[in-house]
Design a protein around this ligand. Structure first.
Ligand code: GRF
Length: 207
């Protein structure tokens, strides 16, 4: 059973996919805490509905990003979190938190990295005119969507007429990809070798 901490800024549909994965027995774990940096994040309502502890940590209450992340680290530590999931969390993580959770913080991005990083990935992919895009779950490092890739799903987007259509088409695949990766985390180990990531499931015991 892993203890998961989720950081979210918005509606929380990726957060929901983890809740569902646990409920349906796919993910062997528990969401120990939801932290949001927005008091009106939709994710909060989802947490309340599912009896998940949650905290709002607002940037304006701290003198720096580092101070804010120190508080988040304290909250995650208190809850003995093993895995930190950024589910639509729109902030760069400071070294303070990264060093404490090396290769234990993952993010979902709505494009095939390293193409179209940043906060407007779906719009940038649409405007570039790519025929195929998708989503990426990756480890978080100090850069913007630059950490080692854990899993990717490709989706044709050449039938989409607006950036919003691209985002809507990709979203359900984000949920499935995120859920699969968190389920894997709960049943084994992702091993990072340089930029490459491979998965080792738990060996079945002999008896
Ligand atoms: C997702 O598209 C995610 O990839 C991006 O922000 C969006 C968050 O959606 N980083 P939600 O809050 O999980 O519904």
């Amino acid at each position: 059973m892993i203890r998961i901490g989720v950081l979210a800024s918005g509606r929380g549909s990726n957060f929901q996919s983890i809740i569902d994965g646990i409920k349906e027995g796919d993910i062997e774990g528990e969401i120990a805490i939801l932290v949001t940096d927005k008091a009106d994040a939709g994710a909060i309502e989802r947490a309340e509905k599912n009896g998940i502890p949650n905290k709002v940590v607002l940037r304006k209450n701290f003198e720096s990003r580092e101070h804010m992340d120190r508080e988040i680290r304290r909250i995650l530590g208190e809850k003995q979190v093993d895995l930190v999931v950024l589910a639509g969390y729109m902030r760069i993580i400071s070294p303070e938190l990264l060093e404490h959770y090396t290769n234990k913080i993952i993010n979902i991005h709505p494009a095939l990295l390293p193409s179209f990083p940043g906060t407007s990935g779906t719009k940038d992919a649409f405007e570039y005119g790519v025929k195929v895009s998708g989503c990426t779950v990756h480890f978080v490092d100090g850069g913007m969507d630059t950490g080692p890739v854990i899993e990717q799903t490709c989706i044709r987007i050449d039938d989409c007429k607006t950036p919003e259509e691209v985002a809507a088409k990709i979203l359900p695949f984000e949920h499935a990809t995120m859920r699969k990766v968190v389920a894997n985390f709960s049943k084994g180990e992702y091993i990072v070798e340089g930029r490459r990531v491979r998965y080792e499931g738990k060996k079945a015991s002999a008896d």
